[in-house]
Ligand binder design. Structure first.
Ligand code: GTP
Ligand code: MG
Length: 203
């Protein structure tokens, strides 16, 4: 059999959005309620099987805390794919995701495949898309009262602040893959990496 194609994937996004939890779910099919913040970055590998090929993903899970921002270029340099994660219960984390995407579009490999991923879907408190108008209004009032760092870890009682339709239309305009996931339930996690592999396979 042919050697699997090796692909470098980087995860980026605000602290506590669930980057490490997504990788832990994808690689070990596990979830930890109180996952400790990543220091620097973590490296893991996992294979993705497509119809007639196997891709080996070399995954760099970066630290979201701002003090680690200057390290990020080391991890996204030469990456063929990036997963930019936000937390659907924190609208500020989508703003941070957009700034990561701008940085990637300026500084990373011009052919990089980018997936925008809205995580913590299990906390949505809705079954389908929230009306964009309603969600945006509540996002503004709530985001001023919640300090993103202080609230990290206090997941109980949170609900959706970012409508899927809002993030999806941004992603479509920017030419990104878009998925919503839950590292907790596993929803959308394998799909995220499979969609990336499919898009890379065509290149
Ligand atoms: P940094 O390493 O600091 O950048 O954070 P991170 O993005 O890697 O977040 P991490 O995976 O450490 O998760 C932060 C917290 O959110 C942990 O307490 C997780 O248990 C929780 N969490 C992660 N994903 C989910 C999810 O899908 N649903 C719920 N309910 N909680 C989640
Ligand atoms: Mg982490």
């Amino acid at each position: 059999a042919a050697k699997p194609i090796q692909i470098k994937v980087v995860l980026l996004g605000e602290a506590a959005v669930g980057k490490s939890s997504l990788v832990l779910r994808f690689v070990n099919d596990e979830f930890q309620e109180n996952k400790e913040p990543t220091i620097g970055a973590a490296f893991l590998t996992q294979k993705v099987r497509l119809d007639d090929s196997v891709l080996k993903l070399d995954i760099w899970d970066t630290a979201g805390q701002e003090r680690f921002h200057s390290l990020a270029p080391m991890y996204y340099r030469n990456a063929q794919a990036a997963v930019v994660v936000y937390d659907i219960t924190r609208s500020s984390s989508l703003d941070r995701a957009k700034s990561w995407i701008k940085e990637l579009q300026r500084q990373a490999n011009p052919n990089i495949v980018i997936a925008l991923v809205g995580n913590k879907l299990d906390l949505a408190g809705d079954s389908a898309d929230t009306a964009p108008g309603a969600a945006d209004a509540s996002a503004e009032t709530e985001s001023t009262s919640v300090d993103a760092d202080e609230a990290a870890g206090a997941e109980e009682g949170r609900s959706r602040q970012v409508a899927a339709a809002t993030a999806r239309s941004y992603a479509e305009e920017a030419g990104l893959l878009f998925l919503e996931t839950s590292a907790k339930t596993g929803e959308g996690v394998v799909e995220t990496f499979t969609e990336i592999a499919k898009k890379l396979d065509l290149n």
